[in-house]
Write a protein that binds this ligand. Structure first.
Ligand code: ATP
Ligand code: MG
Length: 302
């Protein structure tokens, strides 16, 4: 049964699409059958996977609004075990048209239900807003992966977002877990990146993935060649970091199986401790004092 992971952050440009495409490709490379659902009218994941604009192509719009079978929309993403539900700008209309539809938050959940048996992972790339498209993704998902750019005020943004997610747990999806907080565009030459990473780790503890995605020009270049970074430059730091992230996601899933599903909502490290929660509750402000466990910065390569 697939694990459905929504990749969401209402802030724009934090690395959601880069993560959907490259985590997806890295999971597929690790023998996991993976579907990427592009749920953003900007269609950046669609083009990054090598599908330029084509008005005749069926997209998620046809499925969500016109109830066409999702099977007729899924494309082969030119890599073994990787498939795509594409988007295009018509999806802007979907966010509006959904408002008056019945069970408007649950349309994607219904579509995804019939796909769960066919995939190991289904990743949903969300738009930078909390509109009905994002709500559909969060209603359909088992967990949410939150990419955070290592920059000033990152901590405030992520606290707000997690509050929102907790509210959603009380309404549209009681079993929504936090897959993990992912530090992106990390630059180990800047003190700011290091401070932000240390702060996030001391507040959110094991909910933060150990893998950190560095700022890497190959990651920014690959989409214009219509391919995941794995194919564009497999030896780049960017490619290495997403392969490492895929390993971490897979390892966490295995830990969950070993420990029973109730541990699922404890975040990136299945060995999350209450210390993280109490650190957050203690709320030592948004100061930049280095956390004691800010040690695992930078990507590991093995
Ligand atoms: P939006 O909110 O608009 O959907 P997003 O959160 O999906 O944006 P991306 O499109 O993944 O963010 O990234 C924003 C820009 O930053 C893109 O140009 C992307 O190529 C670049 N980028 C993302 N991650 C990295 C990285 N680790 N190193 C360098 N550039 C990156
Ligand atoms: Mg995007």
């Amino acid at each position: 049964m697939a694990r459905v992971i929504a990749i969401a952050n209402q802030k724009g440009g934090v690395g959601k699409t880069t993560t959907a495409v490259n985590l997806g490709a890295s999971l597929a490379a690790s023998e996991k059958h993976t579907l990427i659902i592009d749920s953003d009218p900007q269609a950046n994941a669609t083009s990054a996977l090598g599908f330029p604009k084509d008005p005749s192509r069926r997209t998620l719009y046809q499925n969500l609004i016109l109830a066409e079978s999702i099977d007729r929309i899924i494309l082969d993403a030119k890599m073994d075990r990787l498939e795509l539900v594409p988007s295009d700008k018509n999806l802007v209309g979907a966010a509006v048209e959904l408002v008056t539809m019945e069970s408007r938050e649950y349309r994607l959940k219904e579509s995804v239900a019939q796909l769960r048996e066919r995939y190991d992972y289904i990743l949903v790339d969300c738009p930078p807003s909390l509109d009905l498209l994002t709500l559909n993704a969060l209603a359909a998902a088992d967990s949410v992966l939150v990419p955070i750019q290592c920059e000033y005020l990152a901590l405030e943004g992520v606290s707000e977002l997690l509050d929102t997610l907790m509210r959603l747990r009380r309404t549209i999806n009681p079993s929504l877990a936090i897959e993990g907080i992912l530090l992106t565009m990390y630059d180990d030459r800047t003190t700011l990146s290091k401070q932000v990473a240390a702060d996030l780790r001391s507040f959110f503890g094991a909910q933060v993935f150990e893998t950190v995605i560095p700022r890497n020009v190959r990651l920014a270049e690959a989409p214009s060649h219509g391919m995941p970074v794995l194919f564009y430059d497999i030896h780049s730091k960017g490619a290495e970091s997403y392969i490492q992230l895929a390993k971490e996601v897979i390892a966490n899933a295995q830990k969950r199986v070993g420990q029973g599903t109730e541990r699922a909502d404890q975040g990136a490290g299945a060995d999350a401790t209450p210390a993280a929660a109490s650190a957050a509750a203690a709320g030592s402000g948004s100061g930049t004092s280095g956390g004691s466990d800010g040690g695992s910065t930078g990507t590991q390569s093995d």
